[in-house]
Design a protein around this ligand. Structure first.
Ligand code: G3I
Length: 355
């Protein structure tokens, strides 16, 4: 009898135990914002990755699959297969998808800006090519994409007052190439949210430039819904204060604020040393956890302004930071280690949700 009672109690508790095990990041932040991850090409051959995606995330971004060179490699050839695979996976698992990205100076083939003989396109020719690309890609995914990074990384780095970076788009079309991108996108899928996305968005000078750019778009009636702060940060910087100033400043323009490519490198940006090839000291992982905790407490504080927080990857095994800025250097910027196990940073992010 005693044994039966014990079995009964364990039996009754089982659903509770498995519920607790199933609870993921997205559930802890359900009332705050969407929680996302960038997903690379080979996710379907990676069972542990797919399990983590299903448990913890409710929105995915294709890490490379929708970039121009990937999805439209030749003038009259589109290659949707890789991106389709992720969109299908997301739909089957009730996740949203973010389209990344339509207009970017990088990962865009040279032919986009040239005639076959190598002479540059005219403004009207490039606008027509942009419109064709944006319309074809967005129409293919119409109704399946929650929001698009329409323009990526258009702002110039540096302490000068030049807002737009030099690029073939700027040289050939002029400053209004952003306006046109957003307008083409709005026409192609009026139901998708449209974003401007960039890095270093918590840096004071870049923020100043971003505010000029974004305010200009809004004043001209350009259809933009939100701004993505990429958040390729480190365990050392930027400060919580600067991050907060940026969230508030972009929100005050009336835009949705998103954290779109979050990872916390173990290295300062100009550090090229390789101290952690054998092992990463616990003290460093603890420092990272503490930073993640502070950052997520800030996000939670401003959850009325932030609609999504997306990590740029899931496991340290696949992070782009293992190859940038030093090729083949061990980095560990995410919440799950190379064996897909939760790190102290993961616990810290959960803790921040419960504050
Ligand atoms: O697909 C080729 C493969 O055929 C080739 O053998 C191999 C050799 O290097 O390269 C493969 O392409 C790589 C691609 O990722 C897919 O893995 C490129 O070399 C590599 O440069 C590319 O890096 C991506 C980078 O953007 C450039 O597009 C990273 O994975 C991706 O994480 C990174 O993401 C960007 C965001 O889009 C925008 N914000 C910054 C962020 C980090 O740089």
């Amino acid at each position: 009898m005693k044994r039966f009672r014990k079995l009964l109690i364990v039996g009754l508790m089982l659903p509770l135990i498995s519920d607790a095990q199933e609870k993921g990041l997205k559930d802890y932040y359900r009332d705050d914002f969407l929680v996302g991850a960038a997903v690379g090409y080979f996710f379907q051959q990676d069972e542990p990755l797919m399990a983590l995606l299903k448990q913890h995330f409710n929105v995915v971004t294709p890490e490379n699959q929708m970039k121009w060179e990937a999805i439209h490699p030749q003038p009259d050839r589109y290659a949707f297969e890789a991106a389709d695979a992720l969109v299908d996976f997301a739909q089957q698992n009730g996740m949203k998808v973010i389209g990344h990205c339509l207009t970017w100076h990088s990962q865009t083939p040279k032919w986009v800006f040239e005639h076959p003989d190598g002479t540059p396109l005219t403004r009207d020719e490039l606008l027509a090519r942009m419109q064709e690309h944006i319309t074809t890609v967005m129409t293919h995914y119409k109704g399946k994409i929650h929001g698009w990074d329409v323009v990526n990384e258009a702002i110039k780095d540096g302490d000068d007052d030049v807002v737009l970076r030099d690029s073939p788009y700027l040289r050939i079309i002029g400053e209004d190439y952003l306006d046109h991108s957003f307008r083409f996108a709005k026409a192609a899928d009026p139901s998708a949210e449209l974003y401007y996305n960039d890095y270093s968005m918590a840096d004071p000078k870049k923020r100043e430039k971003a505010l000029i750019l974004l305010k200009g778009l809004i004043d001209r009636g350009v259809p933009i819904d939100g701004v993505g702060m990429q958040a390729h940060w480190s365990i050392y910087d930027p400060s919580i204060e600067e991050i907060e100033k940026s969230i508030l400043a972009y929100h005050n323009l009336g835009l949705k604020v998103m954290i779109t490519e979050l990872d916390l490198s173990l290295y300062k940006f100009d550090d090229r040393s390789k101290p952690y090839e054998e092992a990463i000291p616990d003290s460093v992982l603890q420092l990272q956890a503490e930073r993640y905790r502070q950052i997520f407490e800030l996000f939670k504080k401003h959850s009325d302004k932030i609609t999504r927080v997306t990590f740029w990857g899931v496991s340290d095994r696949h992070s782009w930071l293992n190859n940038f800025p030093v090729r083949n250097r061990r980095n560990a910027p995410l919440l799950f280690d190379r064996e897909y196990k939760p790190k102290p940073a993961f616990e810290a992010v959960i803790k921040a949700a419960q504050q």
